[in-house]
Ligand binder design. Structure first.
Ligand SMILES: Nc1ncnc2c1ncn2[C@@H]1O[C@H](COP(=O)(O)OP(=O)(O)OP(=O)(O)O)[C@@H](O)[C@H]1O
Length: 723
């Protein structure tokens, strides 16, 4: 065995040296070519290509590849294929590149192959290629040094199966303040999503830690490679919950050699499209309303403002109101540019109803007004003298202006205010359909709009009105949209986004078990899948969780099972760690702070890079931060206003921890005073617990919710661990 390992290591070391020598040679040659600075367009394009290649090779020469797959096609010889983040051709091009790009068709075998000695296949441009896999090997190269060789499949073994050994090694590493790429260990179920066809609304339900965010980012890199003729990075967008999260994921795409993909929150993007230069109502206020109720949970139904304004019911209402506007748009009466000259109402109606019918309302008004203007110009030309011409022109300009003001104002916010009766509605429009708005929603929205307060949930209706009035320009239309944490999106949001993307090309990822913003998000994925024709949508479930140890995952599953009655259980990768700790605060006054300080000190003295204390509310996080920072250097408070996550030691309310991960997590105040028995509280607790990679300590006062108790001793243990 040892001998085998030695010879594998030596073989790979030799291959590595050969590869580095060749890449170096190519790089040196490129560097020897003078940089072109002239004006010849073709030369400029060639120079750009050389520049890109220089950058790629300089990166590749450090860590050329991470995997090897020995494959023999039915009509071929057995060949070792080396797979890396960047594909590199040989100097003398042969049918086998020096390094194969991880996104290339043949590389899919490296990920999809799950063992066994039967023939396997992959989809190539020329058709299905069948063959046998002999070896799957992971190699770790850092700065040109071969650090590790690990065979995850060898056909010569007695029971050949792909092993998780290398994956477990990778998962055991500590994490810093940024999400990382996973190209060397993408799993078959994840690869299927990454390589799914472009023009589909993919909906992915993935348990906490199943790699949803990571997979979405790899998918973008794949789409750019596979559909290079059809998509560009600038026309792709990722929607994520907040700026700190965007910063947290910001290293993955550059590491995969992809730049320029837009990354935004839905709110920022929507305000930009709407050209609304006003801040949204403070989100903290909404969060406070829903989350700062210690021990209790507010009632959520389809009539709470977020759910209703995110519903297709409101979408339909808006559609009929705008439709009704169509019939009352053209001002009553003829248009007279100067006394004695008349353009009949019928003629204007004809232009509006026939000639410009295909245009959306706002454009139609523009076209009709432009047509009227052209008619005026023609008539002006018939003026008998210069003086009459001038006089008529002056009058006509004034009357055109005043005629334009008689049209309804095609502006989303104005129309929205009119719908909620915060402004007088245009005469004659039929708003019967708005009778169905629940009274509480009508009242609160009306009162907000009168004060010019817009909330996040108002953005979909506003965007929809904008779309109905103006349509979407080709510059505004995306090639692909990723929605992360999609359980917090409403059906209306996705329905509106569908107008802004070509071919329903979506990657929509979320976890219903983490649906802590259920007052505005979906409760079932059908709410989203039903927006698309069955042939335009596909559903995937990711059930394996890669983030946490088995103990933490089993513990979190227990919360779901008992607290949410959910069957969306996570399957752990076989990575065992310390048992979860349930630690009661001491009985003395002041014990809570002392105990939390002790927990933080003990965990931060280990070799972890990131440790977090999660509180139930923001005010508790602030208070605790104030108390603990006296004795803890560099303790960061995350309060929702931060643009970047710094790693290290953090205190934050549990609802702001979504999407993030920490080597060790302390859940503070996990008692009935803070977490009630309802599913929503259990979901919050689930989010908190699933942020931990290696260690989870649950600290609590008197009485814990049922969903935390009765766990097996090998999963959770009461009391402090021995120091
Ligand atoms: N195939 C893999 N190989 C190695 N690490 C992986 C793999 N898949 C996921 N991970 C790791 O698991 C962790 C969780 O990934 P990610 O944050 O993308 O999951 P998620 O499903 O979006 O999580 P959540 O919903 O809980 O926020 C990350 O540290 C990621 O690097």
């Amino acid at each position: 065995m040892e001998d085998n390992f030695q010879s594998a290591y030596q073989e790979e070391e030799k291959r590595l040296n050969d590869a580095i020598t060749e890449i170096d040679r190519q790089l040196q040659w490129l560097q020897s070519v003078d940089v072109y600075t002239g004006h010849d367009f073709t030369e400029q394009i060639l120079e750009e290509a050389r520049k890109e290649k220089r950058i790629a090779l300089a990166k590749s020469v450090q860590e050329p590849y991470f995997g090897r797959l020995d494959f023999q096609g039915t009509k071929d010889q057995r060949k070792p294929l080396y797979i890396g983040k960047i594909g590199v051709d040989r100097e003398v091009v042969t049918d086998q590149p020096l390094v194969i790009d991880w996104r290339a068709p043949v590389a899919s075998l490296f990920y999809s192959f799950t063992g066994g000695d039967e023939a396997t296949s992959y989809e190539a441009p020329e058709g299905l290629i069948e063959g046998l896999v002999f070896l799957k090997r992971n190699v770790v190269i850092r700065k040109q040094i071969l650090e590790r060789v690990s065979d995850t499949y060898n056909r010569e073994n007695e029971q050949p199966a792909v092993s998780d050994e290398f994956l477990v090694y990778r998962l055991g590493e500590n994490k810093d303040n940024k999400l990382r790429d996973i190209v060397s260990t993408i799993q078959a179920e994840q690869d299927q999503i990454i390589r799914a066809v472009k023009n589909t609304a993919l909906i992915i339900q993935g348990v906490a830690g199943s790699g949803k965010t990571t997979v979405a980012l790899h998918r973008l890199a794949y789409l750019l490679y596979q559909y290079k003729e059809q998509v560009t990075a600038e026309k792709m967008i990722i929607f994520a919950p907040n700026h700190m999260f965007l910063d947290y994921i910001s290293d993955v795409l550059p590491e995969l050699g992809v730049g320029d993909i837009q990354q935004s929150t839905f709110a920022d993007w929507a305000l930009d499209v709407l050209e609304l230069n006003m801040p949204l109502a403070d989100a903290a206020e909404t969060l406070h309303y829903w989350f700062e109720q210690a021990g209790g949970t507010r009632e959520i139904n389809d009539e709470v403002p977020g759910r209703f304004k995110g519903s297709l019911t409101l979408m339909k209402m808006i559609s009929s109101v705008i439709e009704s506007l169509e019939t009352v748009s053209v001002p009553e009466g003829d248009f007279s540019p100067w006394d004695g000259k008349v353009l009949s109402h019928d003629k204007i109606l004809y232009w509006y109803n026939e000639e410009y019918k295909p245009y959306p309302l706002a454009k139609r008004k523009e076209r009709v007004m432009a047509r009227i203007h052209r008619w005026v110009e023609m008539e002006l030309k018939k003026s008998p003298s210069e003086a009459v011409f001038k006089d008529r022109k002056k009058k006509a300009t004034q009357r055109e202006k005043s005629y334009a003001t008689k049209w309804p104002k095609y502006e989303p916010l104005t129309l929205y205010k009119q719908m909620f009766r915060a402004l007088k509605a245009p005469t004659g429009w039929s708003d019967d359909c708005l009778q169905g708005i629940p009274a509480t929603v009508l009242k609160s929205t009306q009162s907000d709009l009168k004060k010019d307060i817009i909330r996040e949930e108002d953005l979909s209706p506003l965007l929809y009105i904008h779309y109905l009035l103006n349509d979407v320009t080709s510059e505004q239309r995306f090639d692909h949209i990723v929605i992360d944490e999609a359980q917090d999106f409403s059906p209306f949001q996705v329905a509106v986004l569908d107008f802004f993307v070509r071919g329903h090309s979506f990657t929509i990822l979320g976890d219903l078990s983490q649906g802590i913003h259920a007052y505005r998000g979906v409760h079932q994925w059908e709410e989203m899948s039903s927006l698309f024709q069955p042939e335009h949508t596909a559903y995937f479930a990711l059930t394996r969780s890669y983030r946490s140890t088995m103990e933490i995952i089993e513990f979190a599953n227990g919360i779901l099972e008992k607290g949410v009655q959910s069957d969306l259980m996570a399957v752990p990768v076989f990575r065992s760690g310390d048992t979860v700790r349930l630690i009661p605060y001491g009985k003395d006054e002041g014990s809570r702070i002392d105990d939390l300080q002790t927990a933080l000190n003990r965990l931060s003295s280990k070799e972890y890079r990131t440790v977090a204390i999660l509180t139930r509310t923001l005010s508790e996080a602030k208070d605790l931060h104030h108390q603990l920072e006296k004795n803890t250097a560099d303790l960061h408070l995350i309060d929702g206003s931060k643009q970047a996550y710094q790693g290290g030691l953090s205190i934050l309310p549990v609802y702001l921890s979504k999407g993030l991960e920490f080597d060790a997590v302390i859940v503070a105040d996990a008692d009935l005073d803070h977490y009630g028995p309802k599913p929503w509280d259990a979901k919050l607790m689930y989010v908190g617990c699933t942020r931990a990679l290696h260690e989870l300590w649950i600290m609590h006062g008197e009485g814990v919710p049922d969903y935390l108790g009765n766990q097996d001793e090998d999963i959770a243990v009461r009391g402090w661990p021995e120091s």
